[in-house]
Ligand binder design. Structure first.
Ligand SMILES: [Zn+2]
Length: 76
């Protein structure tokens, strides 16, 4: 698997939409690829942060989008 495919699977994994076969493939790639591993950690953390904020303040969609943009800027 290449890193692009891994990215697609990562986002599906975070949304809980991964089949068990895809999950195995992703886990295997993450075991071999430190870059994707840290990417996946960040993605999971970001998602958790966004969820917490949404629950706490019932943020409008535009605010959530700006949080996503902000975290993207920070992590690059
Ligand atoms: Zn990779």
């Amino acid at each position: 698997m290449n890193c692009n495919k891994a990215m697609v699977l990562m986002s599906a994994a975070i949304d809980g939409e991964l089949t068990s076969k895809e999950g195995e493939e992703l886990a295997q790639h993450l075991a071999e690829c430190p870059e994707c591993r840290s990417e996946f950690q960040d993605a999971k953390n970001t998602k958790i942060i966004i969820r917490e904020r949404v629950l706490r303040v019932k943020a409008p969609k535009t605010l959530i989008e700006s949080i996503v943009k902000l975290t993207t800027v920070i992590s690059t």
